[in-house]
Design a protein around this ligand. Structure first.
Ligand code: PLP
Ligand code: TYF
Length: 398
């Protein structure tokens, strides 16, 4: 039976990670995968996480199963972090949350949940979007369509195209929107555009699915959730998938959450049993470790303050490199306008260079970025930024 299997395409981003690892060039630069690195090029465990882990080791007195929804304390914290303390959907018990193996797990559970609610639903994703979105939703058996989002010519949001496409989405479909730090373009909705999105969602009657993998990496924890909070204020129902991979640096612990917002608490209760039955049919219940770390941090004033500090440090380091890239490219004599880099948010920047130039950067200079010209800015530091700028200048002039 297995001999009949055909090869399938691997994840291009994770493939890039492996190719980088094998490259013997001492000057190699990894701008591929979206993982935070410090000035030393290291992805360190956050101090608040280390302390929360020590606490867990001391306090944990059982390894018995947790329930299908995972850690209830974590779920309460993550709802408040996303929607904001005292948000009306929380006060009205309209939200039900399950903690999941990563944001990816949240998206897969959401996809199966959508299929239960409406087996004919199409999910609309931004063009472009995180490549995993499309393969994950298709694997779950959903139809996937794209709506216009990023304009490669203006290097900004294609607002007219986006809203023209959304105006054709029928009720019963789902529209995925990135909460902040759009992956891959870094181009986010302004608050006015969130208001417009909210109005269209209400008018058309589609269900928004907000994917929030980078809360705190754009402008701040509350600022990055402002759009989704407005949406939750106005729509009858929505889905939120969140991830603690980036903002808590918990990547390999696989911790995220799926939250269903229903029209009232009664519907939310029915949604909950459906959500949990999806979880049971995939993995029964999630691993506990990451959730307990996050809950321990958010339970403690001191650890929360430390986390805020560490998160701000990551965000500020990335943001400081946006202007630096522009300045360094200009210093290398590059004539093209790269000012758009400071209009992008989060971990990534879309450089807008072509495939051949990306190939040359990789083959001749060992600088790795995704084929779309997406760079993970955190891979830059003071030791490699000049080499990066010089190499980009060389391939742009060729
Ligand atoms: N959604 C987006 C837009 C992402 O970029 C990512 C990747 O980090 C995820 C979801 C999933 O994150 P994870 O499964 O690593 O928590
Ligand atoms: O886009 C990225 O780089 C991150 C990390 O299968 C990632 O979202 C990439 C691919 C993948 C899982 C996570």
């Amino acid at each position: 039976m297995f001999a009949q299997l055909q090869p399938v395409a691997t994840d291009p981003i994770l493939g890039l990670m492996a190719a980088y690892k094998e490259d013997p060039n001492p000057n190699k630069v990894d701008l591929g995968v979206g993982v935070y690195k410090d000035e030393q090029g290291h992805t360190a465990v956050l101090k608040c996480v280390k302390q929360a882990e020590a606490l867990r080791l001391k306090q944990e007195d059982s390894k018995t199963y947790i329930g299908m929804a995972g850690d209830l304390s974590f779920n309460g914290h993550i709802e408040k972090l996303a929607f904001g303390v005292g948000h009306q959907v929380l006060l009205a018990n309209r939200v039900t949350t399950a903690h999941t193996p990563g944001g990816t797990g949240a998206l897969r559970v959401a996809a199966e949940f959508i299929k239960k609610a409406n087996p004919n639903a199409t999910i609309w994703v931004t063009s472009p979007t995180w490549a995993n979105h499309i393969s994950l939703f298709k694997a779950a058996g959903l139809n996937v369509k794209e709506y216009r989002y990023y304009d490669y010519d203006t290097k900004g949001l294609n607002e007219d195209g986006m809203f023209a496409d959304l105006a054709t989405v029928p009720a019963g479909d789902v529209v995925l929107v990135h909460a902040c730090c759009h992956n891959p373009s870094g181009m986010d909705l302004t608050f006015a555009q969130w208001q417009r999105f909210t109005a269209v969602a209400k008018e058309r009657g589609f269900t928004p699915l907000v994917d929030m993998a980078y809360q705190g990496f754009g402008s701040g924890l509350d600022e990055d959730a402002k759009g989704l909070r407005h949406l939750a204020d106005h729509v009858d129902e929505m889905i939120l998938c969140s991830s603690c991979s980036k903002n808590f640096g918990l990547y390999r612990e696989r911790i995220g959450a799926v939250s269903i917002v229903a029209v009232d608490s009664k519907v939310a209760d029915v949604a909950r049993v459906n959500l949990l039955s999806v979880v049971r049919s995939i993995y029964s219940m999630p691993p506990a470790h990451g959730a307990i770390i996050v809950a321990n941090i958010l339970d403690s004033k001191e650890l929360t303050a430390l986390w805020h500090e560490e998160l701000a440090e990551m965000r500020n380091r990335i943001n400081s490199y946006r202007q630096l890239i522009i300045d360094k490219l200009a210093a290398q004599g590059v004539q093209q306008d790269f000012s758009f880099i400071t209009r992008q948010h989060g971990m990534f920047s879309f450089l807008g260079i072509n495939k051949e130039q990306i190939g040359r950067l990789r083959n001749d200079f060992s600088i790795y970025m995704v084929d779309s010209s997406r760079v993970s800015i955190a891979g830059l530091n003071h030791s490699n930024i000049d080499y990066f700028a010089k190499s980009v200048a060389t391939v742009l002039k060729a």
